[in-house]
Design a protein around this ligand. Structure first.
Ligand SMILES: Nc1ncnc2c1ncn2[C@@H]1O[C@H](COP(=O)(O)OP(=O)(O)OP(=O)(O)O)[C@@H](O)[C@H]1O
Ligand SMILES: [Mg+2]
Length: 232
């Protein structure tokens, strides 16, 4: 579904990504792991057209998407839940969801009703402004907004950062139910242990290069991966 090959990206003169290659298949959950500042956000922003890569190939469903404007990448079917949530603070929950709804292409898979079913708490707060939500509710709204674009692939960048353990668990269980429906997901998160049961494969990024790739079973079996690359 998504194929990234030898991706390189820079901020001005500072090169940050040197060689990133990985795949996400249909219905797969893949993680990007790595310590702070290793290039995970830059990788997803390069895929989403928010950072302009300087070299490498990015293909989605066989179509080259490297260098496309971010709205065009979204139209191809990739939905981002960005680092820091970035919901609209002055719109209500319902307005936030409607703002990203993609209704142009036939019957949408995702509707308000379906988002309410996934996050009943958002339905209760549908008339509240984005700025009036708790951190966990904002995160649920950010996920709901990405789903309203009917993405074939959802990308979550640190969706549980700064949240209480119970809320984190709620978000992971939401990802598990999305996976059970066949939704492909690329997830960045520091809580590796929570991702092991959820994910099919893991991609470890170290200083802008892919340093290790393996299945959840392989990651569990090789404690040195965590010691070397994840510092836990
Ligand atoms: N807008 C920017 N301008 C210049 N340098 C940047 C910018 N964004 C990130 N960087 C640098 O690029 C490198 C990779 O950052 P990136 O945000 O991709 O890391 P990350 O793996 O997502 O880290 P974290 O886990 O802390 O979110 C870091 O050295 C960072 O300081
Ligand atoms: Mg990041």
């Amino acid at each position: 579904m998504l194929s990234v090959r030898h991706l390189e990206s820079s901020y001005g003169p500072a090169q940050v990504l040197f060689d990133i290659s990985f795949d996400v298949g249909e219905g797969e959950v893949v993680t990007l792991l790595g310590r702070n500042g290793m290039g995970k956000t830059t990788t997803v922003n390069s895929i989403l057209g928010l950072v302009r890569p300087k070299a490498g190939e990015i293909a989605f469903e066989g179509r080259p998407i490297r260098g496309l404007a971010s709205y065009k990448v979204a139209q191809c079917g990739i939905g981002l839940v960005p680092e820091g949530r970035q919901i609209f603070p002055t719109l209500t929950v319902e307005e936030n969801l409607i703002a990203t709804a993609a209704t142009r292409f036939g019957t949408p898979r995702w509707t308000l009703q379906r988002v309410w079913a996934l996050f009943p708490r958002l339905r209760e707060r549908r008339r509240n402004l984005g700025s009036q939500l708790s951190g966990g509710e904002q995160q649920m709204l950010a996920i709901g907004r990405a789903l309203m674009t009917n993405p074939k692939l959802v990308v979550l960048d640190e969706a549980t950062e700064g949240l209480a353990p119970l809320i984190r668990a709620e978000i992971w269980s939401c990802l598990a139910s999305l996976k059970a429906e066949g939704q492909a997901i690329l997830v960045i998160d520091k809580n590796v242990d929570a991702l092991i049961p959820l994910a099919d494969r893991h991609v470890v990024v170290e200083k802008g290069r892919v340093a290790w790739v393996g299945t959840s079973g392989e990651l569990k079996a090789d404690a040195s991966v965590k010691d070397r690359f994840l510092h836990v």
